[in-house]
Design a protein around this ligand. Structure first.
Ligand SMILES: *[C@@H]1O[C@H](CO)[C@@H](O)[C@H](O)[C@H]1NC(C)=O
Ligand SMILES: *[C@@H]1O[C@H](CO)[C@@H](O)[C@H](O)[C@H]1NC(C)=O
Ligand SMILES: *[C@@H]1O[C@H](CO)[C@@H](O)[C@H](O)[C@H]1NC(C)=O
Length: 316
């Protein structure tokens, strides 16, 4: 007995083809390389001991290939190690991190910049602590990354959490940091990210003419002025930003991928619970990925097409 399909072979193949196209699509959608920046308001070991807070932070960081955490006050790295352990239980990727030393003017408010990243998709190839103490309260800690997953391969991330009362001056001085790191690593592919306090009373439209990241050519602000990166209903400010330097960096950004991540909405959490985590929402952006995965569908497509054509011809 020969098994007979209820559908003719060409139709089956056509369905298969459509299916594989759809699968290829959705796979393409989630294939960006995501870089995030999150001000986790006073992230210390006490906060990390709160299970519910930690669970939310874990879910947020696990969306990102690289996540910059700011306002980390964890000199012994107890909170960070516990976050890494939680991530490694929660997610198939293996997360590791690189941290600056404590930065700040007062012993009671020393903060670290921490990059937590997926060992499988990113690699740290250099780090550089900007030293000009009088320029920033928390001088940027630049880290150079390599990722085979991205089209770009190599790029430099420069974090900044400004002191709100001198936000304009500090954002302007990122231009000096740009010159230093671009010389050091012979690259113009630099991204600035973090809580710049770049909005509301701290940075107005009129302040732009005093900021070289606006007045000099080649800097692209990816998070716009109308975005609200604050949690509280009474504030509506684009404090957290992502800026890239250079056309080639811009071309490597997935269109419209630069966004605030409203985890109150996404995770359906009350404002009260969200405020236990932070008064900021994270921002993020995706880099384009090198396309070895989506190469399979076109081959399948060709094969299927040739079979369809042949079976149609033989049916004549
Ligand atoms: C963490 O911060 C909270 C709030 O400021 C504070 O009460 C607590 O003592 C801090 N924990 C540590 C270990 O410093
Ligand atoms: C990271 O991945 C490399 C291989 O890609 C492996 O040799 C190394 O042990 C991993 N490191 C950690 C901390 O998982
Ligand atoms: C710097 O990079 C450019 C290309 O981006 C290259 O042509 C040049 O040789 C590099 N210079 C050094 C000193 O490596």
């Amino acid at each position: 007995m020969r098994w007979r399909s209820p559908l003719p072979l060409p139709l089956l193949l056509l369905l298969f083809l459509l299916f594989s196209l759809l699968v290829g699509r959705s796979r393409g959608k989630s294939s960006g390389f995501r870089i995030c920046a999150f001000n986790v308001q006073n992230f210390n070991s006490t906060k990390a001991a709160n299970y519910r807070v930690m669970h939310t932070v874990t879910r947020i960081v696990s969306r990102c290939d690289i996540c910059l955490l700011q306002e980390v006050k964890d000199p012994q790295l107890i909170a960070i190690k516990s976050l890494q352990a939680a991530l490694n239980r929660y997610d198939p990727y293996h997360y590791i991190s690189v941290s600056s030393g404590g930065l700040g003017n007062t012993a009671s408010d020393m903060q670290q910049y921490v990059f937590i990243y997926r060992n499988e998709t990113a690699k740290v190839t250099g780090q550089h602590q900007y030293q000009k103490k009088q320029s920033f309260v928390r001088e940027p800690f630049a880290v150079r990354f390599h990722s085979d997953k991205t089209v770009m391969k190599d790029f430099v991330l420069v974090p900044l959490h400004t002191a709100a009362q001198q936000a304009v001056q500090e954002i302007d001085r990122l231009y000096d940091v740009y010159q230093e790191v671009s010389r050091k690593w012979n690259t113009s592919d630099v991204m600035f990210l973090g809580d710049f306090n770049a909005g509301c009373a701290h940075m107005t439209r009129a302040d732009r003419k005093r900021i070289r990241l606006f007045t000099q050519q080649g800097f692209y602000w990816l998070i716009g002025d109308k975005v609200d990166t604050t949690v509280r209903d009474i504030t509506n400010c684009p404090y957290d930003r992502i800026v890239v330097h250079g056309q080639s960096f811009l071309r490597n950004i997935r269109p419209r991928s630069a966004q605030v991540f409203n985890f109150a909405k996404e995770f359906k959490l009350s404002k009260e619970r969200v405020l236990k985590v932070s008064d900021h929402f994270p921002v993020g952006v995706e880099l384009k990925c090198s396309a070895h995965l989506p190469r399979a569908p076109p081959l399948l497509l060709l094969l299927s097409l040739s079979v369809i054509v042949r079976s149609c011809l033989s049916a004549l």
